[in-house]
Design a protein around this ligand. Sequence first.
Ligand SMILES: O=C(O)CCC(=O)C(=O)O
Length: 278
Amino acid sequence: MLSKIRTALIQFKVGVNKSANLLKASQFIELAKNKGGELIALPEYFSTPIYTFYNHAENIPDGPSSRILAENAKYHKIYLVGGTIPEEEDGNIYNTCTVWNPEGELIAKYRKIHMCDIEIPGGIKLKESEIVSPGDKMATFHVKDIKVGLGICYDLRFEEMAKLYRLSGCKLLIYPAAFNMTTGALHWELMQRSRANDNQLYVFTISPARGTEGYCCWGHSQVTDPLGNIVVSAGHGEEILLANIDGKMCDEVRQKMPICLHRRPNIYDTVKICDSDI
Ligand SMILES: O=C(O)CCC(=O)C(=O)O
């Protein structure tokens, strides 16, 4: 039992009114708890309209979003991954994921490391670094004996980061995320399956539902297992995804295909890549 967790991922539509979003988050958390959720996760920018999140930046842990998360975690006695909050500190804004334990204590805080500055002509243009400052630390926490690593949205693209979490012992990676209609269709599912398969661990993504104010989110929150199989995935509307996580499945996959033991980092570090050595 120690290595099993009942998880619930909440995909909901975020509106313009912060208090209404916080109330809605609380209602969904209660529903997820009633469905047996022990570890419950919310989407990126769950409490703020995504296109004007910078007008709603707040302190962690003293701001209204943190307070609601702490209260819910304690009341329902759950581990709660609080999507992300626009965090204000010393005049900077960070895109920050917080994690709360069943006592309502903040046990992990992760500031998004990779800034999403992309431009796909005819598709999507984003320049996150104009507003958000990047974090410089990765963050983990434990639920029972399962170590969990945190990333946010664009971080999903960075295999090095997932590998570092894997090497530090993580069996689950959680990414609150709000992909768009262009790159969602292109890469969303593929990248989750890749990170899971490369690192032989579970991957969760939690998106806002489509219709979220000012930004057309891809939706399709997803749970992927250590073999790269999709366990369950959402459509683009409001939904709670339920999945059972079993740490022993990671152990088994890793035993049968011990790719981590077969890595040759000393060679990767020193090898010279030549066009031809003849
Ligand atoms: O990586 C992508 O395609 C989109 C990521 C994104 O929207 C973000 O990180 O804000």
